[in-house]
Design a protein around this ligand. Sequence first.
Ligand code: C2E
Ligand code: MG
Ligand code: MG
Ligand code: MG
Length: 286
Amino acid sequence: KAKESGRNHYLLYEPSMDQSSHERMAKENALRKAVERNEWVLHYQPQIHVESGDVIGVEALIRWVDAEGRSIPPKDFIPLAEETGIIVPIGEWVLKEACMQNKRWQDAGYPRMRVAVNLSAAQFSKSNFTQSIEEVLKATGLDPECLELEITETMTTDVEKTRYILNELNRIGVQISMDDFGTGYSSLNYLKNFPIHRLKIDRSFVKDITTEESDARIVGVIVSMAHHLGLDVVAEGVETEEQVEFLRQQGCDAIQGYYYSSPLTAEQFEKKYLQSNSIRKMGAIE
Ligand code: C2E
Ligand code: MG
Ligand code: MG
Ligand code: MG
């Protein structure tokens, strides 16, 4: 009945198990197999600079393509991967793949841009986390400033430890963004305590900005607060032209959402954005 995280610890069926724990066990075993077989694919969603319309970066989003070729979205396996620790090898794969892909694009002569990678609690709290980031950067040859790490406030409870890790990451030169901003209990505490570069306004605030006065005001205040603190703002989940227009008026820096593009395979992204040369040179907006 192996419970440890990592590879090669398959769970065994026991007759006493009820239906749901049996299903969970099956899913956990499938996830471990997926790790061995590397059944992961990254999709890339562009972040568009509001003023120029150029791409300033991409967020890497994982998909699990199982043995039957089905593409399974993160919400259907990331929670279990986190509970079981399987997220650690998955997260390592994501980091390496995202950095490799970005470097490949740079080596192909496309303008430099940033790739953002989502982190999870288990990865972040591993004792050698910073070192593992340095190793990936070294192994792939990607410039640290071209890597952005997305953290959420649900990832950490220990303020001192988090601050220490984020300081280390700053020292290495990678960028930090706070994902899903506004959805947790201590968003402001985060801003107060931690060295981050960017805020991503959660989709739940963006959704109704053109119909709900209070949401519109909240987003306006988040943008202005972020700018007062010297942070860039990215709005997530932007789907309509009206939302883009509102965000532009509020001075939001960048937009990520279906209005511009859903997450694309590397090949699709390259065709649609890199080959058409709509990438804004890094640093051009800072
Ligand atoms: P997130 O980091 O907040 O990513 C944004 C999610 O919103 C993505 O869902 C994206 O496809 C979706 N999205 C983007 N634009 C729109 C829009 O205009 N409308 C709507 N309705 N949705 C939009 P996705 O790819 O299913 O990922 C869901 C979550 O799974 C992510 O939320 C992130 O928390 C997690 N995730 C994804 N990839 C990874 C990963 O490699 N590692 C970890 N630890 N978590 C990941
Ligand atoms: Mg994210
Ligand atoms: Mg988010
Ligand atoms: Mg999220």
